[in-house]
Design a protein around this ligand. Structure first.
Ligand code: MLT
Length: 403
């Protein structure tokens, strides 16, 4: 009989957000009158902006005409989009990234999950705890539960910013602004990580999916703002949260050409070439129509409109922060990120217990902290992706809640 990948048996039975949606569906079926407000998964609620819709319509028309129809596109993404990204997100900010160092993709979830394909199995890997579950789950899928996976504790004692490891780690996942805690690293703090990586020949996998939500000046939008990071980091960016592409799917990954690792013979190999090989073999490119939509994000109207979307959600973050502080709860994040990380009140048994009570007694959904790792136990995440009305209503319910 053929065999399965045994590592799958070491994962939780279902992915965190699938478990939560099943729980909500069961509750909604049993309580059809409950007006449930969802502040769990970070899924956008506002429609795509007019500049994007216009570009999508135009590209649909192109696909319907013989002269402009397109089949397979370049696996790395169309030049029109890669050029706009390199210019707007990097060069205009003084960062030297070339268009051909950018790989357009269908989501940071896919790319952060797939990047392990080009890394050796014997690498030690460090993952913050709590963490976006994809990094851990995909490492378990690949190498199994292993002592090679190290957890960097983020907790109240370090303000949910992990310490730099005191041993040599090969691959380090960092996500800032952070999912789930909403915390950020200043430029000086991130510099220390880059310094560590360069000293130890480590690779930093930097997930900057939430960079558009940064409001403070000394918080870097890209790890490549740090000198030397192009020799030790890969960066993941997404159009999901800043431009409302969760349903369209578009993201990009920056693999600098200067980034090298060694093979068994001790030769230096560019990761750019390996990721290019991986993508051209396993990925057939993001749809043309979607890439035209993403290109419109960089038009003057697109920039203005997407900034307005982000500002709308950040207004919700303010409402949540203010309301929960008034309730007397201890909170983190929400100032440069769409997530607010809350210490569960003493009356809650644990973070799943809090989830159940909040759903049952307030009809509000959040995400239990323990779903992001054991240091998340006793904490809870609220997402700002909702309407102003729903956010205000949810916070009013919580404020009036006898807990
Ligand atoms: C989250 O809620 O953590 C995110 O929406 C998950 C994701 O982007 O895949």
């Amino acid at each position: 009989m053929f065999k399965i990948n045994e590592h799958y048996g070491q994962l939780n039975e279902s992915y965190l957000f699938s478990t939560i949606s099943k729980k909500i569906a069961a509750y909604a079926a049993a309580h059809p009158d409950a007006k449930i407000i969802r502040m769990g998964i970070g899924d956008v609620t506002l429609p795509l902006s007019p500049a994007i819709i216009k570009a999508l319509h135009e590209s649909v028309d192109e696909m319907g005409a013989k002269a402009t129809f397109r089949g397979y596109g370049p696996e790395q993404g169309y030049e029109f989009l890669r050029n706009k990204i390199a210019e707007t997100d990097f060069r205009n900010r003084g960062i030297n990234i070339d268009a051909d160092e950018i790989f357009v993709s269908d989501g940071s979830k896919s790319d952060t999950g797939n990047i392990g394909d080009i890394l050796g199995e014997n690498n030690t890997v460090a993952i913050t705890d709590p963490v976006y579950p994809v990094y851990l789950d995909t490492n378990i899928m690949r190498i199994g539960q292993s002592e090679k996976i190290h957890f960097l504790a983020s907790n109240a004692s370090n303000n949910f910013l992990p310490e730099i490891p005191n041993q040599k780690i090969d691959v380090i996942y960092l996500c800032y602004p952070n999912n789930p805690t909403g915390t950020v690293m200043t430029k000086a703090q991130l510099e220390k990580w880059v310094e560590y990586a360069r000293k130890n020949d480590s690779l930093i996998l930097f997930d900057a999916a939430y960079e558009a939500f940064i409001t403070e000046n000394d918080v870097p939008h890209s790890i490549f703002e740090i000198e030397g990071a192009e020799t030790c980091a890969i960066e993941f960016r997404s159009f999901s949260k800043n431009a409302g592409f969760t349903g369209l799917r578009c993201s990009y990954t920056v693999v600098p050409k200067a980034l090298k690792a060694t093979n068994n013979k001790g030769e230096k190999i560019a990761l750019h070439a390996l990721w290019n090989r991986r993508q051209s073999t396993k990925f057939n490119g993001t749809p043309y129509i979607v890439q035209r939509g993403a290109e419109a994000v960089y038009s003057p109207e697109g920039q203005q409109e997407t900034k307005a979307l982000v500002a709308y959600y950040m207004e919700n973050a303010k409402t949540i922060r203010k309301g929960l502080l008034e309730k007397g709860w201890t909170i983190y994040g929400g100032a440069n990120a769409p997530y607010i990380w809350v210490q569960c009140p003493a009356e809650a048994s644990d973070s799943w217990g809090f989830f159940d009570r909040l759903l049952d007694e307030c009809h509000v959904v959040g995400t239990p902290g323990v779903g992001f790792g054991k240091n998340g136990e006793g904490y809870f995440r609220f997402s700002s992706f909702n309407s102003h009305e729903n956010t205000k209503e949810a916070i009013e319910r919580i404020k009036n809640w006898k807990i």
